[in-house]
Design a protein around this ligand. Structure first.
Ligand code: FAD
Length: 396
C-alpha cells in the first residue's frame, strides 16, 4: 500500500526543509537519500551571506532570507551573525568596478560604506594589506551562518508541525498520474497530491523522465581551511577580493577561503551521494597561489581541503515554481537565498493561481524551456564565473 499524503518534498537540504516547514500544517513527508548530517551542499557550505546580488530579485531574496534567519535563530551569533563584509581591490580596473558596485548598492537600498585601505586593514588585519589595496567597500549588514545548524532548527520546527523526515530514502522514480504523483523508493511508494523537488544538483536526473529540463549544473568548487592553533581574532567581517574571485572568513578556530577563479569542472552526479569529491589535487596549485593574496598568508595555507559541488543555473537565479501539473521545484538557490525562495514557492503552491510578483516571474522554471542541456550547461558555467553578473552590472 502506498503512503498517501498531501505533499512529498524530495531533498532535506536547507531549501527542502524550509519548504516543508512552511507547508507543515498539511500532511508532508520529506525524503532524503542521505542522513541528517546533510551530504548535500548545505552540509558543506561555509555560510557566507552577501546581500547585494547582480539582479534585484537576488538582492531581495538575500535581504528577506537574512531577516528570516535573524527571527528564526533569535539572532544567536553561533548560527547567524551579521559580521559584515569587506571587498578590497588592488587595481585601477578593480576601483572602477567597485564604483559600479557601490552605485548598484545605492540603487538596491543596500548599505555600503567606502573605506580607505588603512580602514579596511584595521577591520581585517590578517586579510587586507593596506600597502597593496587601493580601495575597499564595507557592507555592514552581510552575515555568516552555520548552514547545517540553521537547517536543523528549521527541521525541528517542521517536525513540531507534523512533518515526517525519511532518511536514507532515495526517490528512484517519479510517475505523474492524473491527480497525484507516485514517488518510488527502495522501501515503498508514496502517493502525493503534489511533489516538491528540492534536490539541487541532483534534480536533473529525477526531472528528465517527466520531459522537463531542470538545468542545475553541478560545478566543482574548491574551499580550503588554514591551520588551527593561531590566536583567535575578534569577531571578523568576511573578506572578498573580487578581482581574484576569492572570499575568506574566520571559522572560529581557523581561516578558510574559496574561489570561483579556476578552470571549469562539471561534476557527474550519477551514482554520487555527496556534494563533494575526493580531493585529487586538481585545485591544489590554484589554492596555493590564491592564498598569497591574504596579508598573513601563513593563516591561509591549506591544511584541510574541500572539493565541493556547487549548484549553478543558466542565469544565476534559483528555479522556483511549477514544473508540471503536480510537480513543483525549488532548486539552484544558495543558502543566501534559501528561506525566501522557500517562501516564494509555498506562496505559489498555496496562494491564488495568478500570483505575479516580480520574484515569482524571475524564478519561474519556464524561463529555461527553450534551452537544451548543452546550452544550459554553457550558460550556467558563465553564470558561475560571474560573467552574467559582469554583463548585467555594466548595464545596471
Ligand atoms: C564548497 C561550497 C561552498 C558554498 N558556499 C556558499 C556560501 O558561502 N554561501 C551560500 O549562500 N551558498 C554557498 N554554497 C551553496 C549552497 O551550499 C547551496 O546552494 C545550498 O546549500 C543548496 O541547498 P539545497 O537544499 O538546494 O541543496 P542540498 O543541500 O544539496 O540538498 C539536496 C538534498 O537532496 C538530496 N537528494 C538528492 N537526490 C535525491 C533523491 N533522488 N532522493 C532523495 N533525496 C535526494 C541530497 O541527499 C541532499 O540532501 C556553497 C556550496 C559549496 C559546495
Amino acid at each position: 500500500m502506498p503512503t498517501l499524503c498531501d505533499t512529498v518534498v524530495v531533498g532535506a537540504g536547507i531549501v527542502g526543509t524550509a519548504v516543508a516547514r512552511l507547508l507543515g500544517r498539511s500532511s508532508v513527508h520529506v525524503l532524503d537519500a542521505g542522513g541528517p548530517d546533510l551530504a548535500g551542499a548545505t552540509g558543506h557550505s561555509p555560510g557566507y551571506i552577501s546581500e547585494l546580488g547582480y539582479h534585484p530579485v537576488l538582492t531581495a531574496l538575500a535581504t528577506e532570507t537574512m531577516s528570516l534567519c535573524e527571527r528564526l535563530t533569535g539572532a544567536d551569533p553561533r548560527v547567524f551573525d551579521r559580521v559584515g563584509s569587506i571587498e578590497a581591490v588592488t587595481t585601477e580596473c578593480g576601483v572602477d568596478a567597485q564604483q559600479a558596485r557601490r552605485a548598484l548598492a545605492a540603487k538596491s537600498g543596500v548599505t555600503v560604506h567606502c573605506l580607505d585601505p588603512r580602514e579596511a586593514e584595521a577591520l581585517t588585519p590578517q586579510c587586507v594589506d593596506s600597502r597593496t589595496a587601493l580601495a575597499a567597500l564595507h557592507f555592514p549588514d552581510d552575515a555568516v551562518t552555520d548552514a547545517p545548524q540553521l537547517t536543523a532548527m528549521l527541521r525541528a520546527q517542521a517536525e513540531k508541525a507534523g512533518v515526517r523526515f525519511h532518511w536514507h530514502t532515495p526517490a528512484i522514480r517519479i510517475t505523474e498520474r492524473a491527480d497525484h504523483v507516485e514517488i518510488t523508493t527502495p522501501s515503498g511508494t508514496f502517493a502525493a497530491a503534489r511533489l516538491v523537488l528540492a534536490t539541487s544538483v541532483w534534480a536533473r536526473a529525477l526531472a528528465d523522465p517527466l520531459g522537463v529540463l531542470v538545468p542545475v549544473v553541478p560545478i566543482r568548487h574548491p574551499f580550503v581551511y588554514g591551520p588551527t592553533g593561531h590566536a583567535a581574532p575578534d569577531r571578523q567581517p568576511f573578506v572578498r577580493f573580487p578581482e581574484h574571485s576569492i572570499y575568506g572568513r574566520w571559522h572560529g578556530d581557523r581561516w578558510g577561503f574559496g574561489t570561483r577563479a579556476h578552470a571549469d569542472h562539471v561534476a557527474d552526479m550519477v551514482g554520487r551521494e555527496r556534494a563533494d569529491l575526493r580531493w585529487d589535487g586538481t585545485f591544489e596549485e590554484t589554492m596555493h597561489q590564491l592564498s598569497q593574496h591574504f596579508k598573513d598568508r601563513r593563516l591561509f595555507a591549506p591544511t584541510k581541503r574541500l572539493d565541493g559541488v556547487f549548484p549553478a543555473t543558466p542565469d544565476g537565479l534559483p528555479m522556483v515554481g511549477q514544473l508540471t501539473d503536480n510537480v513543483w521545484v525549488a532548486v539552484g538557490a544558495l543558502v543566501t537565498h534559501a528561506l525566501a525562495s522557500a517562501r516564494v514557492l509555498t506562496e505559489l503552491m498555496t496562494g491564488p493561481a495568478d500570483v505575479a510578483d516580480e520574484a515569482a516571474q524571475a524564478l519561474a522554471p519556464a524561463r529555461f524551456a527553450d534551452l537544451d542541456a548543452e546550452a544550459a550547461t554553457a550558460l550556467a558555467i558563465d553564470a558561475y564565473h560571474g560573467r552574467v553578473a559582469i554583463a548585467r552590472s555594466q548595464h545596471a
